[in-house]
Design a protein around this ligand. Structure first.
Ligand SMILES: NC(=O)c1ccc[n+]([C@@H]2O[C@H](COP(=O)([O-])OP(=O)(O)OC[C@H]3O[C@@H](n4cnc5c(N)ncnc54)[C@H](OP(=O)(O)O)[C@@H]3O)[C@@H](O)[C@H]2O)c1
Length: 430
């Protein structure tokens, strides 16, 4: 009979608690699927007295999770503390350096140090797995690594942050402004008290950097991700988007271009006819385009105790059954060196909203600025007329280069008749 897999869990909060409960409730099923028992032998958190919703009487308690990571009587450390550095990083490095497998849900840590940690894991012939770090309960890394392994990935994109998707969905359905919906999301527990990592796109960028690394077989390049959040998306933009046939979504996208690999997170105009436009509320979705498989989409819960625990324990099962592979599918030394494409060279269509004084000649001035930068307009919408007062004007462009679009917006923003900085949202061809 194969010896049980001995697990140590660092961090017993939302995900750690869910993982403990899953391992207890589904113990028999996991034993059958993993070929041996999966047992928790050690845990660490800050507050020993807190109820974790699981029976921990037979489990060693560590005040110091780093000391736990070098316990000789464990096989795998599950890091569920969080944070790009500090104790979480020490736990993972210590475990790998002692030849223990590591499973982590920590996208911040992996986005910043993933390549180095993967190298450390390889040097000690152990697994560093992080399915739970990308889109929670959606098994997208496994899909990329295994089911889609025969494909050259040309593009991948997704809704990678449930908080932003909830806010944008609510804004569209209720017509309310961003600040009001954010406050409600905080009351309901869908947004943190400090929501900046989510709403400024950083969390989605962490996940995109990991997705791109696995999907394209490249070192993790978080600094190479162009990041914009959703703070500036207004109720008016959402209304115009609907009129034009789009939903506004915060997407993370990575694609091969002739200038290298583009990695970007920003609000997008997504055609209403696409399936991803209908992924609503806190749900996440990831779309992968492979040269042979074509388009594949996975949708599900991107966070929460149970979905995230599902991903953590799937990684544990792989380790139990000894079927793990390198963190980024191929060994670090063989990763591709795809250059990062500069954002100024991005080509795409754009939505632009201007607040202008309603007077003769304004549209001619705007059209001239676009013409001078060789930006070709597709359509223009003007809502209502109020001579001498501020009115919104919306235009969309044909495909153009980002640098030209930005130059045109600088010119347009400098016109006397334009009262606010122009708002620009990229239109995605999905
Ligand atoms: N929440 C989600 O839905 C979700 C989804 C995907 C990925 N993740 C990732 O999963 C990780 C954990 O997230 P979470 O939401 O579960 O966090 P959480 O609820 O805040 O839990 C963090 C846990 O770490 C423990 N901890 C903090 N500092 C510690 C220290 N110095 N020594 C020992 N234990 C320490 C805490 O102990 P106490 O309980 O005693 O305070 C707590 O149990 C993060 O990297 C997060 O990004 C979370």
């Amino acid at each position: 009979m194969t010896a049980p897999l001995k697990i140590a869990i660092a961090g017993l909060g939302t995900v750690g608690g869910g993982t403990l409960r899953l391992l207890q409730r589904n113990a028999l099923l996991l034993e059958r699927r993993g070929g041996r028992r999966l047992i928790v032998v050690a845990v660490s958190a800050r507050d020993r007295r807190r109820d974790r919703g699981a029976d921990l009487r037979a489990v060693r308690w560590y005040e110091d999770p780093v000391a736990m990571a070098s316990d000789p009587d464990i096989d795998v450390v599950v890091e569920l503390i969080g944070g790009a550095d500090g104790v979480a990083r020490e736990v993972v490095e210590t475990a790998l350096a002692h030849g223990r497998h590591v499973v982590s849900a920590n996208k911040a840590l992996l986005a910043h140090h993933g390549t180095w940690l993967a190298r450390l894991a390889e040097a000690h012939a152990v697994s560093l797995a992080f399915e739970a770090a990308v889109a929670g309960g959606i098994p997208i890394l496994k899909a990329l690594r295994e089911g889609l392994a025969a494909n050259e990935v040309t593009r991948l994109y997704g809704i990678l942050n449930g908080t932003c998707n909830y806010i944008l969905t609510e804004m569209r359905e209720s017509g309310r402004e961003f600040a009001e919906v954010l406050a409600e999301a905080q009351r309901l527990g869908y947004a943190e008290s400090d929501p900046s990592f989510d709403i400024d796109g950083v969390d989605a960028a962490h996940k995109l950097a990991l997705l791109a690394a696995v999907g394209f077989g490249i070192p993790v390049n978080f600094p190479g991700v162009h990041v914009e959040g959703i703070r500036h998306v207004s109720a008016l933009d959402i209304e115009f988007a609907s009129e034009l046939g789009y939903h506004i979504k915060l997407l993370g996208l990575a694609r091969r271009t002739e200038n290298g690999l583009e990695q970007r997170v920003h609000p997008c105009m997504v055609p209403r006819s696409t399936p991803i436009a209908h992924v609503e509320g806190v749900f996440n979705a990831v779309v992968v385009e492979g040269d042979f498989a074509g388009r594949v989409m996975l949708e599900g819960r991107g966070a929460g105790a149970e979905p995230t625990a599902s991903a953590v324990v799937a990684d544990l099962l792989d380790i139990a059954a000894e079927r793990w592979s390198p963190s980024f599918t191929i060994p670090v030394a063989s990763l591709d060196t795809l250059a990062a494409a500069p954002m100024e060279r991005h080509r795409g269509a754009y939505y632009v909203r201007l607040m202008v004084v309603d007077r003769p000649g304004v549209i001619a001035d705007i059209a001239a600025a676009l013409r001078d930068e060789q930006v070709s307009m597709e359509q223009m919408l003007q809502r209502g007329r109020a001579p001498g007062e501020a009115v919104p004007i919306v235009l969309t462009t044909h495909e153009t280069e980002e640098a030209a679009m930005r130059r045109a917006l600088l010119r347009i923003g400098a016109l006397d008749s334009v009262l606010e900085p122009p708002r620009m949202i990229r239109v995605e061809d999905l």
